[in-house]
Design a protein around this ligand. Structure first.
Ligand code: SOE
Length: 369
């Protein structure tokens, strides 16, 4: 029995809870997953950190990541985007495995350094694009890769939330260009662009050129008893051309009043189509060549990826289960010191697309990726 992997986790709020919950579920639902020990929680606010250490089941906490990146076996980097580069690179240089939240970084330059550090490290590196690990998305990828939809003409991807539609919603780091890099583009658009690459990589190639726009609806937001400027986009929209000639249309916003977490993808091919929405994550709508119209498939059969780990067919799973799936795959890859997808190279490819949208928005013209 090999020693448990010692986990260091930087960040302990929303994503900290999602990943700590995933680690806690693994022994029961994925018993062959590498054993882990929630060793050290890393953050800045000691009081909040002490509470979170208790709640998330860690042994201890530190406020200085440099003290532990070479002590732990795996570093989870769940901090704000501008905190992704330095701890991840230091950990990789020490041979520590790194699982980093998306987007890879707050800038293309930093993402490139992270990609290069991963390429020359003994450690395994991965990006937590959790929507690749939705069983219905895996089914969609199977249909596309098997050619069931024929030649791919269109992909439409959108990520609609509304938690910033209210101008009085509090300012956070996600509204700050220095910390986040971009707004809805990098926070939500990164998911859609990664998922599109995942679904179409075998049949449409990469996005070769695109044009995009960015817009900020609310220029400043309350921060305690002050107001702070919003220096990133509230929404982006883009159109793209793929190597195989397919057309892509993409958007994301946090101002889509009424949409809570609608991450949707639609693919049209010469033989058929498919539609997915995260708000109905157990379902995939499929139009088959001989079909009369879209059929709604409940993707919860034992033959569907990961489902046999949970419950019988029809007993649906949720958002949190996608974190368990990606943690299982990442920790298994780390224990074997093998590669994990999405890798930092995948994360970098997404960052190139984010940067292209920003360049295009700035110039008001199409850009080559
Ligand atoms: C933004 O609110 C957010 O938490 C993203 O940061 C996550 O990546 C997405 O999965 C849910 O929405």
């Amino acid at each position: 029995m090999s020693e448990p992997l010692r986990i260091g986790m930087l960040g302990y709020r929303f994503m900290g809870k999602a990943h700590a919950n995933a680690l806690a579920r693994l022994p029961m639902f994925f018993p062959e997953a590498p054993a882990t020990e929630r060793d050290v929680l890393i953050g800045r606010d000691e009081e909040a950190l002490a509470d979170a250490t208790e709640t998330l089941g860690f042994d201890r906490y530190v406020t200085d990541w440099e003290a532990v990146v070479d002590e732990v076996d795996v570093l989870y980097n769940l901090g704000p985007n501008n905190v992704h580069p330095d701890p991840s690179i230091a950990a990789l240089e020490a041979g520590t495995h790194v699982f980093c939240e998306k987007p890879l970084a707050h800038s293309l330059e930093a993402a490139e350094r992270m990609r290069d550090a991963a390429a020359s490290s003994e450690g395994t590196a991965g990006v937590a694009f959790n929507y690749r690990f939705v069983p219905a998305i895996r089914y969609a990828k199977e249909l596309v890769s098997l050619g069931e939809l024929g030649h791919i003409y269109h992909v439409r991807g959108r990520y609609l939330q509304d938690w910033l539609a209210d101008p009085s919603a509090e300012w956070s780091w996600r509204n700050d260009a220095e910390t986040a890099g971009s707004g809805a583009l990098g926070d939500l658009g990164a998911h859609t662009l990664d998922l599109t690459r995942f679904l179409l990589e075998d049949v449409a190639g990469e996005i070769e050129e695109l044009s995009g726009q960015l817009h900020t609806f609310v220029e400043e937001r309350p921060a305690g008893d002050e107001t702070r400027p919003v220096t990133v986009d509230d929404a982006y929209a883009a159109q793209a051309r793929f190597e195989n000639g397919a057309m892509g249309v993409f958007e994301a916003t946090r101002n889509a009043t009424g949409s809570k977490n609608d991450h949707s993808i639609e693919i049209n091919g010469s033989e058929g189509s498919l539609r997915f929405s995260l708000e109905r994550l157990n379902e995939l709508e499929v139009l088959r060549p001989d079909g009369r119209g879209y059929e709604t498939v409940l993707v919860t059969d034992e033959s569907d990826p990961y489902i046999e780990r949970w419950w019988p067919p029809g007993h649906i799973i949720g958002w949190e289960h996608t974190f368990v799936h990606e943690n299982y795959e990442f920790l298994t890859a780390a224990a074997d010191t093998s590669t994990f997808e999405p890798s930092f190279a995948d994360g970098y490819r997404v960052q190139v697309l984010l940067d292209a949208v920003e360049r295009s928005a700035e110039r008001g013209e199409w850009v080559t990726v």
